[in-house]
Design a protein around this ligand. Sequence first.
Ligand SMILES: Cc1cc2nc3c(=O)[nH]c(=O)nc-3n(C[C@H](O)[C@H](O)[C@H](O)COP(=O)(O)OP(=O)(O)OC[C@H]3O[C@@H](n4cnc5c(N)ncnc54)[C@H](O)[C@@H]3O)c2cc1C
Length: 494
Amino acid sequence: MEYAGRSVGGRGRRVVVIGGGVAGTSLVVQLMASRDAAGAIASVDVVEPRAVGWGLAFGDDDPLLMCNSAVNVNSLRADRPDDFAMYLRECGWTGRAGDVVPRGELARYCERRFRAARRQAARWGIPVRHVRGVVTSVRVREEGYRVVLRDGTEVAASDVVVCVGVHRARVPDGFAAYTDHPRYVASPYPSRRLRGHVPADSRVLVLGTRQSAIDAALLLCGEGHQVTMASRSGRLPAVREALREPPAALPSLQRLVRLDPTDPLLAQRLTRLAVEAIRLLDTRPLRRQTSPAGDSVERLRQETTLAESGACAWAEISVALIEAVIELFPTVRPERRGELLERFAWFIDRYLTAMTTVNARRLLRHLSTGALRVSPAYPRDIQVESDGWHLRWPSGARESFDVVVNATGFELPWLYWDGERQALLLDRPSPDARVVDRLDDELRLTLRPARPPERIWVAGVATHVRVPFSNHLRNVVRQAGWVAGQLSRSEGAR
Ligand SMILES: Cc1cc2nc3c(=O)[nH]c(=O)nc-3n(C[C@H](O)[C@H](O)[C@H](O)COP(=O)(O)OP(=O)(O)OC[C@H]3O[C@@H](n4cnc5c(N)ncnc54)[C@H](O)[C@@H]3O)c2cc1C
């Protein structure tokens, strides 16, 4: 098998990383942080259409787009939780480790640490290359893998790590027929495209009321547009300072990891242990740490005040709770996992993915000037004419908008196995392909019947088939660390 004149059968692993966002850069950084890599790895190719580090989630330099997780949980190295803070301080940052920073800072950090890892690799004689392109499939052959790019180029590999993140925007209810319309913007990102697409002084309908929709509303209000946010629930996320390290150890959440996964009362026990953790941090009843307001704007106002006054212990357990559930889940039967996620969806959707006080204050400012409105309902009877969108609200009221921005979030990434072509597909399935719905505890794929697991790993959001909260950055980094450990402990080429 040829790649740039060399054979894959030489000494050391020839690793191809698909995707150079958080998981991909963290993998390379953690791989080159271990001397073991010097003996085990022959080369690393990162296939990524954008600049490495500048993935969809963080790769936008607009200062209005803030991280949701704090500096102290955003390190690219599992063994150095303060690495991001150290990097920022070297750049002159004077904030606290529990603060949030603009997402572009995280992308810049990924890029810088990737470059440093590449220099380290060069000292060991390991080339680390950035191959610009989009991977469509990985062909599985007896002698190794061939990673196929959209332009037809193939990259040979002995080991592949799939780190693709989210990339396909969801299609909002009622808008499937309009996704190519010039007055429809499919995603708020990149922010430059959004700005370029919306003419001055527009009336904009933002579909969604969660994180992407908040980003869209802040970007558009900042440009002077008149914005209405609308979703089926009409609910905004709860408010907290940031998704950050808990201020103290939470023994009840350590017990949660060891719960009996077959216990019929598992859901009740989870709730009890989570409440015990909150009580350890704040003895105030939960109803005094949340707002009962029915109106979403009033609720936002009250929750912002609560979060700023520190009466928000539920938020302080979030990181530890997410990580305890991630640890517990592999022991729970898959159907049971689905039931649990559904049962707690109200808490996950509103509280575990709460907004930061920074964004809450910005929203409140636009709400108070009248530039922003949150609709309690979702539009129906949607039509688009040459002069704009015309729709009806469930109340019967009619309204028109110049532009619709879809900010309902992204589809989860799925992988497909085409047994006929012996290929792992990264994009749309072929008619003969089946969805890959299993991932083993080493994050490796088993694709061929009666064959051992492939030397194909998955890290990051695409591990959702096994891992809950697969987009939690600190867990993405842990996964990248495990895979890097497995690669650097590998013996020679196969
Ligand atoms: C807008 C947004 C904001 C977020 N903010 C936070 C936050 O503050 N804190 C937090 O914990 N989590 C946040 N998340 C979740 C975030 O997805 C994860 O934290 C983290 O980025 C996941 O890492 P990843 O490598 O899986 O995905 P990404 O970092 O998105 O990287 C995936 C990369 O794969 C590339 N790629 C995709 N398909 C292909 C292909 N076929 N071939 C080659 N390359 C490909 C993409 O170009 C991209 O660079 C956010 C997500 C989004 C969408």
